[in-house]
Write a protein that binds this ligand. Structure first.
Ligand code: ATP
Ligand code: MG
Length: 458
């Protein structure tokens, strides 16, 4: 009996172990290691600050790798926008090593290490899915919190695209590749790590990242990575509006707005980001040239180091929604000023349900729109007043853009161009030559109260 009992005990105690082993022991992957003489990245290509961070981590007994856009862009001979470091040190341990650092984020806790104006983002290796309460999923599979830590390999598998998952070690100057990223990079291909649908569900912003990198790097999107984009576009409605605002800036203000916009339209993502404008654009082809003008101008300005403001970009992207409504209201007999007010209010409040646009951009955006119906009204002292308007320049530029996009505005742009450079006398002449303002219908005002009425009769 004792023998039997012992036997039973030994089999029952074995079962869970076996179960665990077959259930989820991820296969270890041997990374491809690329030596310095084959990949060609030199220390001098890398930001001094990023090198400092990696060296200090190493001295502290931790691992530290350059990863993400920094490695990717250097391999493509482009200059990286920023340098990210991945480590096995926890955020608290990183913070202890660097006085000039702070922990940020909730969904992902990361450490920002500051060197003057440069910030090195240090992230702790992510782990694979687990039941831990540090990883919280919504009912659509979205990861609301993801602070499970892991090792280099699991970190590689949690990144988005293979080209973004290449690790450079300052210790041995080698690149470590767990996902065939080098091959995709050489083939100029963007490939999602893991099952694309699951990865889009975990974080729908990856849909936008696929478009952004494809446009910026000129990479094609690998077939399985590309296939679900259109169908999963609706997931974007689960992304917090504040995060979408950040992503929109990256999409339109990184110098690749033209290619990006085309892809956003193609994959049905614009319909999720700017639903009202996308609907109007689908039905009225006349609005498309304005957006085309805006994105070409924006890219050109960035190439020539000119300032671009999100207010202008938003003014154009939301113009179809606002203007279409404005025209409808005018047709139904609403006055110009009221139609403008109502149409802008509606366009803005609908848009804010999707994307959080901060007031500092919303206010000038509205002013740019407002100037569109005020700029034709130049009679009397109005022209001078408009010229002194703080947003005159942006409003005027927007007007020129509308004309360049084919709107017939009675040579308004060239009138304003001439007016700006004319002397006082010439300005007065220009205004006097204008046709007088169309007479408003005179409405007899009803006296407001008795006192008024009496005065009136006296
Ligand atoms: P950029 O040139 O725009 O900086 P990047 O690839 O460095 O491109 P970042 O947003 O700086 O992009 O992110 C750094 C790295 O973090 C990425 O390369 C990727 O490995 C990882 N990463 C960022 N966002 C995600 C995400 N949503 N899902 C998975 N991995 C991500
Ligand atoms: Mg980066």
């Amino acid at each position: 009996m004792i023998k039997r009992l012992l036997k039973r005990l030994s089999t029952t105690s074995k079962t869970p172990k076996q179960g665990m082993a077959t259930k989820k022991a991820p296969k270890r992957i041997d990374p491809t290691v690329i030596q310095q003489d084959s990949h060609g990245i030199c220390e001098s290509d890398i930001s001094q600050s990023a090198l400092k961070v990696m060296n200090r981590l190493n001295q502290g007994g931790f691992e530290g790798y350059l990863v993400g856009g920094g490695v990717r862009d250097l391999l493509l001979n482009a200059s990286p926008k920023d340098f990210d470091v991945a480590t096995d040190a926890t955020p608290e341990q990183v913070k202890q090593l660097f006085r000039n650092s702070r922990i940020i984020g909730r969904r992902f806790r990361i450490v920002h290490v500051r060197f003057g104006r440069e910030i090195i983002e240090v992230t702790t290796f992510r782990g694979q899915n687990s039941d831990s309460n540090q990883q919280i999923e919504s009912d659509t599979g979205q990861l609301l919190r993801d602070n499970v830590y892991g090792d280099l390999e699991s970190d590689a598998l949690r990144r988005d695209f293979t080209a973004n998952a290449l690790y450079y070690s300052a210790k041995d100057q080698c690149i470590y590749d767990y996902t065939n990223g080098i091959e995709d990079l050489n083939n100029r291909q963007l490939t999602m790590i893991g099952d694309p649908v699951t990865r889009y569900k975990e974080d729908p912003v990856r849909l936008l990242r696929a478009i952004r990198f494809s446009a910026k790097l000129g990479f094609n999107i690998e077939a399985n990575t590309q296939a679900p984009i259109h169908e999963q576009a609706h997931l974007l409605s689960h992304v917090p509006p504040a995060r979408l605002f950040e992503e929109i800036l990256k999409l339109f203000l990184s110098g690749y707005a033209t290619a990006t916009y085309e892809l956003l339209r193609q994959y049905g993502l614009l319909d999720e980001l700017f639903p009202e404008s996308a609907r109007v654009l689908d039905n009225h082809f006349s609005y498309a040239p304005l957006i085309d003008e805006m994105i070409t101008n924006t890219d050109k300005r960035i190439r020539t180091n000119k300032r671009v403001t999100p207010a202008f970009v938003y003014a154009a992207l939301m113009w179809p929604a606002m203007h279409d409504e404005f025209l409808k209201l005018r047709e139904s007999g609403v006055s110009e000023v009221d139609a403008f007010g109502q149409a802008s209010q509606r366009a803005i409040s609908l848009q804010l349900q999707r994307i959080m646009i901060p007031k500092r951009f919303l206010v000038p955006m509205r002013q740019i729109w407002e100037l569109q119906w005020r700029l034709p009204k130049r009679q009397g002292k109005r022209a001078q007043r408009l010229l002194d308007h703080p947003k005159f320049r942006a409003g005027y530029d927007f007007l020129l853009m509308r004309e360049a996009a084919g709107e017939q505005l009675d040579e308004l742009g060239s009138w304003w161009n001439q007016y700006q450079f004319a002397d006082e006398e010439a300005r007065e002449k220009m205004v006097n030559e204008l046709a007088p303002m169309p007479n408003k219908k005179r409405r007899r005002r009803k006296p407001k109260n008795k006192a008024n009425a009496q005065n009136h009769h006296e």
